[in-house]
Ligand binder design. Sequence first.
Ligand code: GLA
Length: 388
Amino acid sequence: MQGADTIQAEIKKICREHFGEADIIVRSPGRINLIGEHTDYNLGFVLPAAIDKAVYIAIRKRPDMEIHLFAANLNQSYHTAFGSLQPSPLQWPDFILGVADQLTKAGYALTGFDAVVMGDVPLGAGLSSSAAVECATVFALNELLELGLAKKEMVLMARKAENEFVGVQCGIMDPFASMFGKKGQVIKLDCRSLEYAYMPFEYDAISIVLFDTGVKHSLASSEYNLRRQECEAGVAIIQKKYPAVQHLRDAGIDMINDCLIGGNPLVYNRCKYVVEEIQRLQDACDDLVKHDLISFGKKMFETHDGLSRLYQVSCAEADALVTMVRRDAAVFGARMMGGGFGGCTINIVKKEKAQELINRVTKAYTEQFGQPLKTYEVSIADGTSLVM
Ligand code: GLA
């Protein structure tokens, strides 16, 4: 695996060879989420953090209105021009073009640019490599062209790029975590007001271990959108009796029971999970204040059970990975992470036992699913920044 310094030196060199000397280089990390899953688009809370795996973009101004891109990890080039920004068949350019498109629509005067993108955020592992590219791009263009955007505006631009240009209806968590991450801290984000607070999550004796199922089931995006609709359907019913409820964030479990029992059981289960998860996150934050990782970890397992049974966004591989660690005394908590149907599980583990656990689970996973398990030990790192 490459270290941050190596990637930085390499991207600089690649940019020089491909396009000429980079004007600036920006780093934007992937993210984990400790607890608070599928709560962002219900305007509840999330508890993500940026990690020490990141996307880098080396960028330089062009004298014309063209955009020339090179993805170093894929060894692929793409070019287009402002005025004809369309999603590309290669897909990866869309995260960059989508941001350029949003900035243009917002009325910013842009000029053409060359950019190399490169990084070590595993693709398709649910660590938000796409949000990392979008945040890197908007941050880089903001610096390069002196657009004067504040960080929150950049986060909103990144999300709009994903929603409108890439066409994925994700929430605010991923770009927010990438942009606002802070070393050793998780971010308690209120997804309605976008107010946030950092909470320390730095323990010498703890490792954050990710087990990558290596699968991305094709259901992921259609089921994600369906969950959003099911939550909205629940809100529409609750609203008839409690007009103040605009999102599930506003509902309590009593309202869910009052209005949704006896109706569509799927809508009831989805809404019950979300309302419980929003409360669980608040309680988990109290645990963190008390440094009670045992209680925090139990809540992670509860989240997994809710995601698996009520929200039904887990999969056999993620369920198995959680089952494999559930009774291990070295594991405080574990759960599937992100949108679901694949990606990683996140495990909070006693550091001294981490390698032993990784070995055991890797063996068991390979035996059960006939494919290797990719594992990552990550640490909590700073968010998007200029590195050169
Ligand atoms: C995906 C989305 C996020 C969030 C999670 C589930 O990662 O991009 O906005 O909704 O799923 O918590």
